[in-house]
Write a protein that binds this ligand. Structure first.
Ligand code: UD1
Ligand code: MG
Length: 446
């Protein structure tokens, strides 16, 4: 579905995302939903999956003092609001906390867990479509190892009778492999009535959201299960091991997509991508390369091993690495070369420019075909402020030069090896900023 398809989910819908849980099993000071997969918080993945379906409004239920979640949520605009669950009394209680926020809303409410980051827009769209004809639709998944998940008790037609949590299940119920993904759609005009009937009569002493299914059946409302085609999308993250396994699933998906688009990954398993990494066809990525946020790579680029790249735009035909580090706000020109142990930050490197060995180039503007000799450092920081270095086209910076910013090296200029350049160098000049060598005959032995 495209963003223009505003009303594809007929009648509209809204979301509530549960994120207030203590996340005890993560053993972390960070809220569970702020742990990251492919560089983004779990909650960001869930919100990103919902966003293209244009929910009318979204409540993210958090515990008090989860300020970091507030920041992650802010990126999704003012239709997404935080709702505070003061005490964590269970998933049913968490949804109930959004009653005021929904304020009599009659449309469909999509309930998601903030700890299920691999869910896709397509699956949610299918679930919302199926929800049109039922009061409650629960997204189910078949698992070879269902341990820890709620089990869906259904009849032969897929009609859902109840959901039993692992800890409350009998041995017979534990053998059921159809599990609750934690994602469901409930009619807004029923949801809060059902939630208000919940009791904490279970082994956890919590108000389980999942109990609304049995309550709805008591009222003869129709509850249905929709089975997800790909259960790997529905993995819930409760432990660090599950976090690592979700990372693995998502990375494999991103890698497969890259290769499908015509990118060569010599050793896909060792390349780490972000959901927003854009790499054109006919780029070759060698083993052990890590992409951070916001990287665009044009075609014909070769990225050699052990390079770490974030916030960079790399133009056609450039060669990066091995062992290169490119930091945010950098543009690498066409056919430019960045070699081993070179760090580039907030720099525009012109077409065909080269920095091949052991250099730091920061806050700089480097002209086309300039050559930055081995061991060059742009001294951009004076301890208080950062300053700019400008290097003209075709300039040649001698090895082991320190360019003390702010400073400009003119077009075609040359700096002698080992120079400390503190003053601007005119176009086509040779600048020497080092002590002259003195040879003392026969003094070596002495
Ligand atoms: C839940 C479901 C289980 C399902 C599984 C899928 C219930 C009772 N169980 O179990 O059937 O198979 O998800 O992953 O719903 N949360 C709150 N407030 C609370 C408690 C939890 O906001 O008081 C949030 C958590 O932050 C989390 C989500 O609700 O994002 C689910 O809670 P969690 O404790 O992870 O439930 P599970 O044991 O995984
Ligand atoms: Mg969970």
């Amino acid at each position: 579905m495209t963003d223009q398809n505003k009303h594809k989910i007929s009648g509209g819908f809204s979301c509530v995302i549960l994120a207030a849980g203590k996340g005890t099993r993560m053993k972390s000071a960070l809220p569970k939903v702020m742990h990251k997969v492919a560089g983004q918080p779990l909650i960001t993945h869930v919100l990103s999956a919902c966003a293209p379906l244009l929910p009318e409004k979204t409540a993210v239920v958090v515990a008090p003092s989860m300020d970091s979640v507030k920041q992650a949520v802010a990126a999704f605009g003012k239709n997404v609001q935080l709702v505070v669950q003061t005490e964590q009394k269970g998933t049913g209680h968490a949804v109930l906390c959004s009653k005021e926020f929904f304020n009599g809303y009659k449309g469909k409410v999509l309930v998601l867990c903030g700890d299920t980051p691999l869910i896709t827009t397509k699956t949610l769209e299918g679930l919302l479509e199926a929800a049109q004809s039922h009061e409650i639709v629960v997204l189910g998944m078949r698992l070879a190892n269902p341990f820890g998940y709620g089990r869906l008790i259904t009849d032969a037609s897929g009609r859902l009778e109840e959901i039993i949590e692992e800890r409350d299940a009998t041995a017979e119920q534990k053998a059921i492999d159809l599990c609750n993904s934690g994602i469901m759609v409930v009619s807004g005009d029923r949801l809060f009535t059902l939630l208000e009937k919940l009791t904490p009569n279970n082994s956890a002493g919590e108000y389980y959201l999942t109990d609304i299914v049995a309550l709805a059946n008591d009222m003869e409302l129709h509850c249905q299960t929709v089975e997800a085609p790909d259960s790997s999308e529905l993995a819930g993250i409760n432990t660090r091991a599950q976090l690592a396994s979700a990372e693995n699933v998502l990375q494999n998906k991103l890698r497969a997509q890259m290769m499908e688009n015509g990118v060569t990954l010599i050793d896909p398993q060792s390349v780490y991508l972000r959901s927003d990494t854009k790499i054109a066809a006919d780029v070759v990525v060698h083993p052990q390369v890590v992409f951070g946020d916001n990287v665009i790579v044009e075609s014909g680029v070769e990225i050699r091993s052990f390079s770490h790249i974030e916030g960079a735009y790399i133009k056609e035909g450039a060669i990066i690495g091995p062992f290169a580090r490119i930091r945010p706000k950098s543009t690498i020109g066409k056919n430019a070369h960045i070699g081993n142990f070179v760090e580039i930050k907030n720099t525009m490197l012109g077409d065909g420019a080269k920095a091949n060995h052991l250099s730091y180039v920061g806050d700089s503007d480097v002209g086309a075909a300039a050559n930055i000799g081995a061991g060059t450092i742009t001294c951009n920081y004076d301890g208080v402020n950062k300053h700019k270095t400008t290097i003209g086209a075709k300039a040649s910076i001698g090895s082991n030069s320190s360019l003390v910013a702010p400073v400009t090296i003119g077009e075609g200029a040359v700096t002698g090896a080992g120079s400390v350049i503190t003053q601007d160098v005119p176009k086509d000049a040779l600048a020497l900023g080092r002590a002259r060598q003195v040879n003392k005959e026969n003094r070596a032995k002495k």
